[in-house]
Design a protein. Structure first.
Length: 193
């Protein structure tokens, strides 16, 4: 006859209760001390998650008198603070705009990114017999726009007209724009956030 030997000797019930109480205390200690450590670690790595911040405020673009009075558009870079991982770049190009002077103290602004797939739109002057046609043109899929940013092709690759930047101000002879990016490939103009 073989005698069965238990390898796990049973603990007396008072010892078991003591062990459980220690386990609960250890759990409470972990929650109390490690939770703030986790928060600190998260906040340490937070900058790495914030990439390519846009210009939420008005950005200085150009002196008013640098814009041709006849309404010919000029393209300007938008410089703003950009944060990448742990580095802050104070004056990084984050986009481009066209400015057009349409009155003595009136300027309109367009996002220079094509609403189709985001290529950079150019300004072009095309000689047609005895006159010059001024227009915006996207070289990627040959979309044409007039100086108001409206599509001029019978069938355009661009799903909408050029995106205007509606918040423009002039202060002390300088043009400021609140720069925004918009989703590409959609008929509706929707801001990218
Ligand atoms: S990206 Fe401009 S027409 Fe396609």
């Amino acid at each position: 006859m073989v005698e069965e030997i238990s390898l796990r000797p049973e603990l007396p019930s008072t010892q078991r209760r003591g062990f459980l109480a220690k386990l609960v205390a250890l759990g409470a200690w972990i929650v109390a001390y490690l939770a703030p450590v986790g928060a600190a670690v998260r906040s340490f790595f937070a900058p790495a998650r914030q990439k390519g911040q846009g210009a939420a405020e008005f950005t200085r673009v150009a002196p008013l008198d640098s814009l041709p009075e006849d309404g010919t558009p000029k393209k300007f870079p938008i410089l703003a603070q950009r944060r990448d991982a742990w580095t802050v770049y104070p004056n990084e190009p984050i986009g481009q705009v066209f400015l057009r002077r349409v009155g003595k103290d009136q300027v309109v602004a367009f996002q220079a990114k094509c609403p189709h797939m985001g290529c950079g739109i150019s300004y072009m002057e095309e000689k047609q017999s005895d006159q010059v046609l001024k227009k915006f043109y996207c070289p990627c899929h040959k979309a044409n726009f007039d100086l108001e940013g409206r599509r001029t092709d019978a069938v355009s690759e661009s799903p909408r007209d050029m995106d205007t930047l509606d918040e423009v101000k002039i202060e002390d002879g300088v043009v400021y724009v609140r720069f925004k990016n918009f989703r590409t490939g959609t008929a509706a103009k929707e801001e990218e956030v």
